[in-house]
Design a protein around this ligand. Structure first.
Ligand code: 5GP
Length: 184
C-alpha cells in the first residue's frame, strides 16, 4: 500500500459522510423512541464498530451505557465459519438490561447469531442488533436485525471502521476497495 491517500485505493464511494450521519440520526431517533424509559446497554463489537458507535451514541438523547466485546471467528480467508471465541468480554452485568449489539457489517450472520445466543444466556431483558451495513447474503440468515443502517451490494467494502488488513478504518466514507490492492 504505497499510496499516501486512502481514497486512491477506492474504486467507488458507496456512502459519504453526510449520508452516514443523516442515517445515524434517523436510527438514533428510532432507538430513543423504542427504548424510552428502559435500561439500554449498547454492546459494540471490536474493532469494526468503533467508529459507528462513537458517532451513533452522540445522536442519542437518552441515558445509555456502552460496553465492548472482542471476538475472533475462525474461518477461511474472508468468510467466517460461525465458530467463535471471546477475546474480551463485556464488563457490565447483563441481567435485566436491554442489550443492543452494535455491529459494523452483517454478511453471513454466523458471528452475530452466535453472539446473540451467547448474550441471551446471561439473563438480559432483551437482545437486539443494530448493524450499520448489511450485505445481500444476510437475508438467508434467520437473524433479523432490529435496525439496519444501509443495505449494500455484495462487494468488499472498507472505511468508517471497516478494514482491509487493519487499514482504511480511519476513512470517513464507505467505499469499495480496488481489486489491485488485494494483489499487492
Ligand atoms: P459474518 O459472520 O456476518 O459473515 O461476518 C461479518 C464480519 O465479516 C464483519 O464483522 C467483518 O469483520 C467481516 N466482513 C464481512 N464483509 C466485509 C466487508 O465487505 N468489508 C470488511 N472490511 N469486512 C467484512
Amino acid at each position: 500500500m504505497n499510496s499516501d491517500h486512502l481514497s486512491a485505493d477506492i474504486s467507488e464511494v458507496l456512502l459519504d459522510e453526510d449520508s452516514i450521519h443523516a442515517r445515524l440520526a434517523e436510527v438514533a431517533a428510532e432507538v430513543d423512541r423504542d427504548y424510552a424509559g428502559r435500561d439500554l446497554l449498547l454492546v459494540g463489537v471490536l474493532k469494526g464498530a468503533v467508529v459507528v458507535m462513537a458517532d451513533f451514541i452522540r445522536h442519542l438523547n437518552s441515558h445509555v451505557t456502552m460496553d465492548w466485546m472482542a471476538i475472533s471467528s475462525y474461518g477461511s480467508g474472508t468468510k467466517s465459519s460461525g465458530v467463535v471465541r471471546i477475546l474480551k468480554d463485556v464488563d457490565i452485568d447483563l441481567t435485566d438490561k436491554d442489550v443492543l449489539i452494535v455491529e459494523d457489517i452483517l454478511d453471513t450472520g454466523l458471528t452475530l447469531s452466535w453472539l446473540m445466543e451467547n448474550l441471551r444466556s446471561r439473563g438480559p431483558a432483551s437482545v437486539e442488533v443494530f448493524t450499520f451495513l448489511r450485505k445481500p447474503e444476510a437475508v438467508q440468515v434467520e437473524l433479523e436485525p432490529k435496525y439496519v443502517g444501509f443495505d449494500i451490494p455484495n462487494e468488499f467494502v472498507v472505511g468508517y471502521g471497516l478494514d482491509y488488513a487493519e487499514q482504511y478504518r480511519n476513512m470517513r466514507q464507505v467505499g469499495v476497495l480496488r481489486p489491485s490492492v488485494y494483489g499487492r
